[in-house]
Design a protein. Structure first.
Length: 305
């Protein structure tokens, strides 16, 4: 069964807060993710904060939500979100809580955190919003644990992000949770984001490191290596993938990544081995074969480098 990604669109929505995460999930679908996009609101006659109008959008009460789905509230004009007019829309806040109780994940981008806060979903939880509004969010909702200087947070099935670009980071994080690191990396590359960012900017992985360049041939070689770790390829075969000579591949790969092809391959092997070691049904010999090594001895050598 597909995972629904539901956008709750408010009047005066910030277009990039909506379009950025939406594009991440759209591209994910395009390369094979079993996602379904759906859009809803509570009123007709919507327009973005810049005045771009929308056609009529489905009322949120007509949306069927199940456990594992995601409901995302993009940021909108904060004056509107804090207005008495909006805060009277109690059914929206009740609906968000009901979705969470069903097991859906609730997410916000930028000022969307104020909507989740008003609903009570953020009470006692770590959360964030745009850096200009973190103190304001904390002052208005003292039960929250507002964190500054982070891109996004996640706690108890509730996600919040700082806004615009960090909404994309949060969406990629969600894709990674469902489809894995490499799939999320491919989506990031599709939308020309070569350096994915984690919520606190401290977590690192070789599957996304050494990819902060725009050389298509080197990316193709890195893709092949990541997808075919159990296979042995000569430098000449890799050079053909990159459409360049052996010598040029050696030089350009080092220039763009800071590593030799062999060093990068061994880092990939090491990380995959660490993941495979978590599977008790695999022997060390089987793990060695899955990463293109001939023996447990080679496996031990890779792990201790």
């Amino acid at each position: 069964m597909s995972t629904k990604i539901i956008f709750l669109i408010l009047p005066h929505v910030h277009l990039m807060d909506l379009a950025g995460p939406d594009q991440v999930f759209f591209e994910s679908i395009d390369i094979g993710a079993d996602f379904e996009l759906e859009y809803c609101s509570y009123t007709a006659g919507l327009a973005t904060s810049a005045g771009l109008p929308f056609e009529k959008i489905k009322h949120f009460s007509k949306v069927k939500v199940k456990s594992g789905d995601f409901v995302i509230v993009p940021g909108a004009d904060l004056h509107f979100i804090q207005s008495r007019t909006f805060k009277k829309e109690k059914e929206i806040f009740s609906w968000l809580n009901a979705c969470h109780e069903l097991g859906a994940k609730i997410c916000s981008v930028c000022s969307g955190a104020f909507v989740l806060a008003e609903s009570g979903l953020l009470d006692g939880k770590s959360c964030t919003t745009h850096w200009k509004r973190t103190k304001e969010l904390q002052e208005h909702y003292p039960k929250l644990r507002v964190i500054e200087n982070v891109l996004f947070t996640e706690e108890d099935g509730v996600y919040t992000s700082a806004g615009i670009a960090s909404g994309i980071d949060m969406a990629l994080h969600i894709v990674e949770q469902i489809k894995g690191e490499y799939f999320a990396h491919k989506v990031a590359r599709e939308i020309v984001i070569y350096n994915r960012r984690k919520g606190n900017q401290t977590q690192q992985t070789v599957f996304t490191d050494y990819r902060n360049h725009i050389h298509a041939g080197i990316h193709m070689v890195q893709d092949w290596l990541q997808e075919n770790l159990d296979k042995k390829a000569s430098l000449t075969e890799l050079a053909e993938i990159a459409s360049m000579s052996d010598r040029n591949l050696t030089r350009i790969f080092k220039k763009e990544t800071g590593l030799t092809v062999n060093e990068f391959t061994n880092l990939l092997r090491k990380e995959k081995v660490h993941n495979l070691l978590k599977q008790p049904d695999l022997s060390r010999s089987q793990i060695a074969g899955k990463v293109g090594l001939k023996s447990e001895r080679q496996l031990s050598r890779i792990l201790h480098k």
